[in-house]
Write a protein that binds this ligand. Sequence first.
Ligand code: PMP
Length: 295
Amino acid sequence: MYYTDETVLFLDGKFVKAKDATTDLFNQTMHYGYGTFEGIRAYQTVNGVKIFKAYEHFERLKRSCELVDIPFHYDVEELTQISYQALKRNNLKDAYIRPLVYCGPNMSLSAPKSVSLMIAAWEWESYFENPALRLCISSFQRPNPKSVKVEAKVCGHYINSIMATNEAKHRGFDEALMLDMNGFVAEGPGANFFFEKDGVLYTPPLGNILPGITRQTVLEICKEMDMPVEEKYFRPEELFEADSAFFCGTAAEIVSIESVEGQPMSKPWKTSMGAVVQEAYKCIVLDKSYSYVIV
Ligand code: PMP
């Protein structure tokens, strides 16, 4: 359940009750997936409720719109303030924030005639549990950057993600790992991917993946902690020799991977580089010092 009778959301300049918010069924986003969105987390930190990397998320929302020619008239700072208001008005602390830019009625395949912005938020428990995912290699490739703007978070792109997750579940796995159009490992349906081998973390370079804000945070953690990390293209076979691996994303946070196509990681998660990153990430989002994690 995403809202109650009392929940308010921000829609085109004002807060309205979620249950009273409506949309035109002839909107271009619904028919063609032509809209953009973000997924943002807020945490109850030691210094009060904090939205993690709000600026980066709204900048990416703006960039996503620019990349697909959807007009974007909002100020990133203003959107951050609106998000804090949405949390406050709904009395949310640990929460997920969902901004959505969607287009008005227009059944032609042309530039939008009008654009709307919604910002909704709902409760999201802060759980840093470790489910240890069993991945399969998806038969669905990530979209080709020559077909779509892969670095944009566009609604329609997520059909590809849904197909991959459904396939993984049907095959009895927890989640999919997707390749790019050249057969190199790209990312998960909703998270970026890292693996560890001989004391180095590896992750695919930008280009054929969503430039994840959590991925960037992981790179910053590695720099700060002097952990070797490299961006490189690699094939799925390389993962069968990996020491450990994890997904990272705003919603997923840092989540360990137990196996890929039934081949287990060689190190126990607790002793992996990912576990150190996971602990540091938790400290950062909760506004705590993480110097003690450094070993
Ligand atoms: N890749 C895809 C396809 C995603 O949907 C997400 C989630 N936004 C990510 C990676 C991770 O991005 P972020 O860390 O910015 O949430």
